[in-house]
Structures are given as C-alpha cells and as structure tokens.
Design a protein around this ligand. Structure first.
Ligand SMILES: CCC/C=C/C(=O)SCCNC(=O)CCNC(=O)[C@H](O)C(C)(C)COP(=O)([O-])OP(=O)([O-])OC[C@H]1O[C@@H](n2cnc3c(N)ncnc32)[C@H](O)[C@@H]1OP(=O)([O-])[O-]
Length: 716
C-alpha cells in the first residue's frame, strides 16, 4: 500500500509494499488517490513521494505483467503522467535501490532527491522491455543522450554521486531522508513549475546526437546477437529528439512492439526462473526442500587445491566475508595463488596494506590446518582415484560435523562420498570458470547426502552471490551431460561438410558469445580428451585396439578432436587448436592445417561433403542437448525446466533472450516440431543414440502439453 501523511503544507506519499516496494496495482491505486487528495487539499502546497523499508522501489511488478492487473486503472503510465501534470511541486526522494518504474516517477516529478547510498537503475532491457512511461523521453532531456544510452541500453546502475553529477538528482542528502525531503519540498513551494517539467526541455547536445546514437548503434549491432530489446530501446531514445508528444507516441509503439515479442516473454521467464530455483526440493522427494531443511552456519571454509578453480573459489568466499584456509601441496603454486588472490581483492602482497577480506585468508601446505573449518571445497585435478584419496584424508583431518564438498565437473559423487565415513556430509559444488565471475553453482546431491548438507551448500551459494541449482548425480551432472552432445554433433557436421568457423558463426548468430569450437579452444581441448581417455573412448595413441575409427561403444564417434590433441593442439594455451592464434592474441584465425585435416579425414573414410544450412547447424547442435534435458527431467535429476535453463543461462552462455534450452524448445520451436525433427535426424543417423526422443517429450508433444505449464504445476 501507499501511506498518506501531512507535514504542515507537505503531503508525503510513502510506498509501503515490502519487501521491495514494487509498484503493484494496489500501490498505484493508493498513490493515485493520495496524489488526488493532495492536489485537492488547499492546505497542501507540495508533495513528496518516497518509500518505506529497505528500498524506494524495485519498479513495476514483474509478476503482474501479462495479467489484467498490469493494465487496471491506474496503470503505471497513467500514474506517472498524473505526477507530471501536477500543478503543485512533486519531490521524489529515494533511498536504497530505485529501479524502472521508480525512476519513471522521479523523472515525471519536478525535483529529485536521494540518500547518498542510493543505486539508480533501469533494468528494463534485461527483461526485454522499453523503459516507457516517458523514461526514454525524459531521461535524455535531463542527463543527455550519452548517459541515457548508458543507463537504458546497458542497464548499468548509477550511484547517488554520479546521478548528481549528471543532473538526474537535484540533491543528495546524508541526514534523515524524510525530514530533508519535507524541508526541500517546503523550500520550493513558491517556485514556478514550468521549467521544472522535464518533458518541456530540449535534449542537451542535440548537435552531436547523431554521432552518439551511431556509435551506440554500431556497438549494439555487434553485441546484441539476435536480442531485439537493446536496439529497440535505442530507437526509443532517438525519438527523444522529436517534440515530446511525438516522442511519447513513438515510445509507446516501440514498447508495444517489444511487449508482444516472444523475446520479452523469454527474458521475463529467465528473471523469474533465477529466483524460482532458490526454492529447491528433491525431485524424487518433495518433503526435502528449502523450507524443511536447515542449513549449518558456515564461518570458515577450507579450499583444497590452488589451481585456477581453487583461486577463483577462494576469491568469492573471501569477498563474501568468510574465513578461508587454502591448502596446496606445491609451495610455489601456493605462493603464486596467494599473490593472485591478494591482487584480486585489492590488497598488495607482502605489505601491510592487505584488504580486510584478504586478511581472512590462511594459505598453507599443511592439511591439518583444516581441523577447525566448517566446510571444505576440494578443487584438485579431475581424477576419481585422486579425489577419493583426498576425501579419505579430509575425513580424517576435519571435525566430524564439517561438510566435504567436491568441485568436480562430472565425477560420481557417491564414489567420492564412499571414500569417507560421512557420506551424508558429502556434496558436489560445481563452480564454473572463472569461479569468481560466473554466477552459477551447480550443487549435486548423492544417494546419502543429508538435507542439512544440501541446505548448507545452497545457502553457501547465496552467501557468495551465486545462483545455486540443485541437481541429481549422473555423469556430467546436468550441464556437462547436456552440453557434451552439442560438441559431439558440431564435430559430425565437420565430417559432413562444415568448417569449425561455419558452425561457430551460426551459433554466435543464434546468440552464443562463442561457438563450440572457440569455446573448446578457450577451455583447452585436452580437458575433454583426458575424459574420453578415462572413459575408454580413445587412447593417447588413437582409437583403442580393435575399435572402428568412426564408432565407439555402439555409437557414432568423430575422432577429429582426438587427432588435434595428439598433435598437441589444445587450443589457445598452445597457440593452436580448432583455430590458430598469433602470439599473445586471442583472435581465432581459421587454420589451413585444420582444413586439410578435416579434408583428409573425410577422404580416408569415404565421407561425402555436402552443403549444410544454418538451420541444420542450429538443429543438429541444439536439439540433442534439449532432448537430453527432457531425459534429465524424466529421470528426476532436476526439479524442473527452470533449473536446467538457469544452468545454461548462467553457466554456458545460452542466449538469455531465448529463455534457455527448455523454454526455447517449449515456446519458440514447439514440442511437436522438436519431436518431428528428432525423428527425422534419428532416421538419418541411426548410430547416434541421442536422436532417440525422450519419452517425456513424446508424451508432451503428443498430448499437446506445454512444458512450462507442466513445470509450474509441479513446482513447490
Ligand atoms: C519505466 C517503465 C515501466 C517500468 C518498468 C519496470 O519497472 S520493469 C521492472 C524493473 N525492475 C526489475 O527488473 C527488478 C529487478 N530486481 C532486482 O534487481 C532485485 O530483485 C533487487 C536488486 C531489487 C533485490 O534483490 P534481492 O536479491 O534482494 O531480491 P530478489 O532478486 O531475490 O527478489 C526477491 C523477490 O522479489 C521479487 N521481485 C524483485 N523485483 C521484482 C519486481 N520488479 N516485480 C515483482 N517481483 C519482484 C523476486 O521475484 C523475488 O520473489 P520470490 O522469488 O522470492 O517470489
């Protein structure tokens, strides 16, 4: 609701809709009625709009979008325009965070005030909408095109000080916001309003406008990769150069265009899915869930292994204010890691000027220092025997109630847990590289993992600013199990006629930041090669004895990646992989050596080259992965499609504007079309088991059920 209080001649309207003061229908109704009351009351000479609680407002109510409530009177545009039309001065005073619709109210007001700690932002582009309600028209008039583009198109938040400098704020206050706002409102009661109305101003620096917009357009064309919201938002900003009323009409048209696009639905879904997965439960036993399981309190964490992952994990633990004991047997490696960690946390190594966070780190080669930690994250080399040995040691040196987590990217959690006397306290915490940057934490429970251990790992994820997704135990877990198929098919496409750069280009146009071959070169081809060797699919010298080159373990197999690794071409780190890299450069250059290797491979094995369309590349690379997602749901390894989608959005660079693989299949491709496509490729490639449609997909496609509707019904 919104509260209405009078302070002498000032009417204060306070939004009170905890926790985030979103501008839901009942809030808008009360704000509107408060505004009307203040306008009618002759004793009132000015109006303050502010928020109660933690923040001013998180903006429009995203959960109302698509429902009748979003349009019910007063809609947000109606409320905002009523504020703009007020003939008494309106002062908006914000604190905490002010997003979207909150900024719209502020821009329509005559004055803007904020607490010094405020963060101001326009996240609309991230949920695929234009910042309407006049934001795209008023903001450039107030702060200029350059700043408006930065705020609207890149959704960057602004500090109070920046907002003051750019002219978005009239004043930053450090005292009590309510009394400051009331005092300020009183001081402007006699001021004329005409030039305080942002809509009546001209955009400053209009002579350089085209240059600014052109530069932004070029940047966006390069970066948007199929997402339509950023360029549409830019068009709305451009309309601010027109007379205000014309610009408002254009803003509304562009807003409607985005609103009705499928991408907006996908982005809104992604926003909500990231929050839905926090409400975790065991797919096979819903009684074990975020409500019934209590996490342990974690104050100190041990990290075992100071390689790239160990360092990244340590940084995010320290950043969250936890104490960390970092263990590494190799002293040189340990020292190197400490320097990296201190540098990243802003402290200087070997000086007294270490940041407070860096001072919470104890780095040692001595395992016994783990005796007092509450939880250990093991990040040693990806080798089952090694990890089992390490867990045996951890079991003996840590206190009995400590949780033992493994940062494996696909090894069997139960096999690791069985090396200890406390399998109930063993869990997988799969971080993604770089661990201090990537927001995903794939948490994997084993057969014996206790609810308390799961709750603790999920809570730890939230503490360190990650989105934790809980999944069951299977080779590769959810992410790598699905992703592996994408690369498998990408390689088959090389056998049939494509070049690595063709496949990468199509998938980058689809929206991925990098295609599968560039990703492989970045990650290092040797990582998966070792895994294939361990799985018995290949050897360091080539195919295992008596194995056909193009078939392994009953399935079609492409040996091209193995051939590259046998030549020491591991990707960027060796200067060559699927591409070649000039010294010091990360630019992937097509390589004649790879071209000849593929050509020879085709010739040697009688593989016919044909032209492969972009559509086929998308279908071949993405549909088996999606089919595997259905299998994962069928096997009860993920609670719902949202969990899978969040893993791909946050861990694998899946383009957000498509919602994630499962949403894309359900809402963009259509389950019926997906099923027919899988069947078509199954007939063409009978030796690839991943084309066999999952029975869950078959049932849903045949019954015409929507995956998202099915999931919404089954979610806790
Ligand atoms: C200008 C023209 C038109 C206007 C357009 C707009 O304003 S568009 C809107 C522009 N605004 C945005 O895009 C808002 C973006 N929001 C954020 O960035 C963050 O929520 C935060 C920084 C405000 C708080 O972070 P935090 O980590 O403290 O909290 P958290 O993120 O975990 O969320 C807690 C709960 O609140 C829920 N919820 C949050 N916002 C909204 C909302 N607007 N609506 C409804 N619900 C919302 C969220 O789903 C979750 O619910 P659950 O799952 O528990 O049922």
């Amino acid at each position: 609701m919104a509260e209405y209080v009078i302070y002498e001649t000032v009417a204060v309207l306070q939004i009170n809709n905890p926790p985030l003061n979103v501008l839901s229908h009942h809030v808008r109704r009360q704000l509107m009625s408060g505004l009307q009351q203040a306008l009618q009351d002759t004793a009132v000479r000015s109006i303050v709009i502010m928020g109660k609680g933690q923040i001013f407002t998180a903006g429009a109510d995203v959960k109302e979008f698509g429902t009748e409530k979003a349009l019910s009177d007063p809609s947000l545009p109606t409320l905002v325009e009523a504020v703009a039309a007020s003939n008494k001065p309106v002062v908006t005073a914000f604190h905490g965070t002010t997003l979207g619709g909150g900024v719209a109210l502020a821009l329509a007001s005559h004055y803007r005030l904020a607490a010094s700690s405020v963060k101001i932002g326009l996240p609309e582009v991230e949920i695929g909408i234009v910042p309407t309600c006049g934001v795209s028209q008023r903001l450039p008039r107030l702060v200029g095109l350059q700043t408006a583009v930065q705020m609207i198109v890149s959704a960057q938040t602004m500090s109070a000080q920046q907002a003051l400098t750019t002219g978005l704020l009239d004043k930053v206050v450090s005292g009590d916001l309510l009394s400051e706002a009331v005092g300020f409102a009183k001081s402007v009661e006699v001021q004329a309003l005409a030039d305080r109305r942002v809509g009546s101003r001209a955009v400053p620096g209009a002579d350089t406008a085209e240059d600014v917009l052109d530069a932004a357009r070029k940047r966006l064309v390069r970066r948007s990769r199929g997402a339509i919201a950023p360029l549409t938002c830019l068009q709305a900003i451009q309309a601010s150069l027109l007379p205000f009323e014309t610009g408002m009409k254009r803003e509304a048209e562009l807003g409607q265009y985005l609103w009705t696009s499928w991408q907006t639905g996908a982005l809104r879904y992604a926003f909500l899915a990231e929050r839905t997965v926090k409400r975790w439960y065991l797919p096979g036993n819903k009684t074990v869930n975020y409500r019934t399981a209590e996490p342990l309190v974690i104050n100190s964490v041990g990290v075992l292994g100071a390689g790239t992952m160990g360092v990244g994990i340590t940084i995010c633990l320290l950043q969250a204010g936890l104490k960390v004991v970092l263990i590494e047997a190799n002293k040189t490696q340990l020292d190197k890691a400490v320097t990296l960690i201190q540098r990243s946390l802003g402290g200087r190594s070997h000086s007294k000027q270490l940041s407070h966070q860096a001072m919470q780190l104890r780095a040692t080669t001595d395992y016994r220092q783990l005796g007092e930690v509450d939880l250990v994250i093991e990040a040693v080399f990806e080798d089952l025997a090694l990890k089992r040995k390490v867990f045996q040691q951890l079991d003996s040196v840590t206190k009995p109630q400590a949780i033992l987590a493994t940062n494996t990217s696909g090894l069997d959690i139960d096999k690791i847990a069985s090396a200890t006397q406390r399998p109930d306290k063993v869990i997988g915490t799969h971080f993604f590289s770089p661990a201090n940057v990537m927001r995903l934490l794939e948490n994997i429970y084993g057969r014996h993992t206790s609810p308390e251990t799961i709750a603790t790992a999920m809570q730890l994820g939230a503490t360190i600013g990650k989105v934790g997704v809980l999944v069951g135990n299977c080779p590769g877990f959810v992410g790598n199990r699905m992703k592996g198929l994408n690369f498998t098919e990408a390689m088959f496409l090389l056998e049939e006629g494509a070049e690595p750069q063709d496949v990468d280009k199509v998938l980058e146009e689809f929206g991925f930041a990098m295609g599968p071959f560039r990703v492989s070169d970045l990650a290092g081809g040797d990582v998966h090669w070792r895994r294939r060797i361990q799985a018995g699919l290949t050897t360091e010298q080539g195919p295992p004895p008596n194995t056909p080159l193009l078939y392994r373990q009953g399935n079609r197999y492409c040996p091209l990646a193995d051939m590259l690794c046998m030549q020491g071409r591991f990707g960027q780190k060796t200067g060559a992989g699927w591409y070649r890299y000039e010294s010091g450069s990360r630019a992937a250059l097509p390589d004649a050596v790879v071209h000849r290797l593929i050509l020879k491979h085709r010739q040697d094995n009688g593989l016919q080259r044909r032209n492969i369309s972009s559509q086929e590349i998308v279908e071949r690379c993405l549909y088996p992965l999606i089919n595997e997602g259905f299998r994962i749901l069928e096997e009860g390894l993920a609670a719902g499609p949202q969990d899978i989608d969040v893993i791909f959005l946050l861990g694998f660079g899946w383009p957000r504007h498509t919602g994630g693989p499962m949403y894309y299949a359900d809402k963009v491709v259509g389950l019926g079309i997906l099923l027919r496509c899988l069947e078509k490729y199954r007939a063409l490639h009978p030796r690839s088991a991943h084309w066999v449609p999952s029975s869950l997909l078959q049932t849903m496609a045949t019954q015409g059920t929507s995956l998202t509707a099915w999931a919404a019904g089954s979610r806790l």
